[in-house]
Design a protein around this ligand. Structure first.
Ligand code: DX5
Ligand code: ZN
Length: 235
C-alpha cells in the first residue's frame, strides 16, 4: 500500500508566475513539496527557451528544498558547473542525443550532485539497462519535453512499471520520477505503476485556487491511491 509519505511532489516552476516566483516557491515548501523542479531549455534540444542558472541562484536564497535541474539542452556538460555553483542539488539529463551519457553522469557525480537520466515518451525503458547502476533517479517523461500544460500520454504508464521493475531488480534505492501532465486525475495512475516522485507544473502553479490548495488536492489524489507492491502489478 502506497501512502502520501512514500510519494514525493516536485513542483515545476515552469508554470509559476515569475513575478511572484519566490513567494510561490515558499508556499509550495510550506505545503510539503519535496523538491523544486527547474526546467532548462535551450531552443535546440526542445523548441522552447526557459531559464538559466540565475533563477537557481535566486531560488537558493528563498528555499531550503533541493533544487532539481532538468536539462533539456543539446549539450548538458556545458552547463553543469555553472548550475552546480548556482545551487542545483541534482541534475536530470536526457538519454536522447547524448553519445556520452556515462561521462555526463560521472561529471555530475564528481560535482557532488545527484544524477538522473530522463527518457522521452518514444524511448524504450531498455536504454536504461547499462546506466541504471550509476544513477540516483530515472525520469520517465509522460509528455514530450519542451512545454508545460500538455496532456498526459497514457501509453507511458506501462513503461513506468517496466522502469520500476528494473529499478527493483538492479538499483532498489533509485527513484522513479515522472514529468508532464500530472494532475489529480493522472497522479493515481503513475503511482499505481510505481512512480515515487511526481513533477507537476500547471497542476500546482496554474490553478486559480492557489498553490496550497492545489498541493492539497494533488496529495489527496495520491493518498487515495492504494496499491499492492509493484512486483505484483501487471507489467
Ligand atoms: C516539460 C517539463 C515539465 C513541465 C511539466 O518539458 O519538463 O517539467 O513543467 O508541466 P505540466 O505539469 O504542466 O505538464
Ligand atoms: Zn521537467
Amino acid at each position: 500500500m502506497i501512502r502520501i509519505q512514500d510519494v514525493k511532489l516536485a513542483p515545476s516552476i515552469l508554470a509559476a508566475d515569475f513575478a511572484r516566483l519566490g513567494e510561490q516557491v515558499v508556499e509550495a515548501e510550506k505545503a510539503r513539496a519535496d523538491r523544486i523542479h527547474v526546467d532548462v531549455m535551450d531552443g535546440d534540444f526542445v523548441p522552447n527557451l526557459s531559464m538559466g542558472p540565475a533563477i537557481v541562484e535566486s531560488l537558493r536564497k528563498v528555499t531550503r528544498l533541493p533544487l532539481e535541474t532538468h536539462l533539456m539542452v543539446s549539450d548538458p556538460d556545458l552547463f553543469l558547473e555553472e548550475f552546480a555553483a548556482a545551487g542545483s542539488d541534482s541534475f536530470l539529463v536526457h538519454w536522447e542525443g547524448n553519445n556520452n551519457l556515462h561521462r555526463t553522469v560521472q561529471r555530475i557525480k564528481a560535482l557532488g550532485k545527484r544524477a538522473g537520466v530522463a527518457i522521452n515518451p518514444a524511448t524504450p525503458s531498455t536504454v536504461l539497462d547499462e546506466i541504471i547502476h550509476d544513477v540516483d533517479l530515472v525520469l520517465v517523461m509522460t509528455v514530450n519535453p519542451g512545454f508545460g500544460h500538455q496532456s498526459f500520454i497514457p501509453t507511458t504508464v506501462s513503461k513506468i512499471a517496466r522502469v520500476k521493475a528494473l529499478v527493483q531488480r538492479v538499483k532498489p534505492g533509485c527513484e522513479v520520477e515522472v514529468d508532464g501532465g500530472i494532475d489529480p486525475a493522472t497522479a493515481p495512475l503513475v503511482v499505481r505503476a510505481g512512480a515515487t516522485v511526481l513533477v507537476a507544473g500547471s497542476a500546482i502553479f496554474g490553478e486559480r485556487e492557489g498553490v496550497t490548495a492545489a498541493m492539497i488536492r494533488l496529495q489527496a489524489a495520491i493518498n487515495e491511491e492504494e496499491r499492492e507492491p509493484a512486483e505484483q502489478s501487471a507489467l
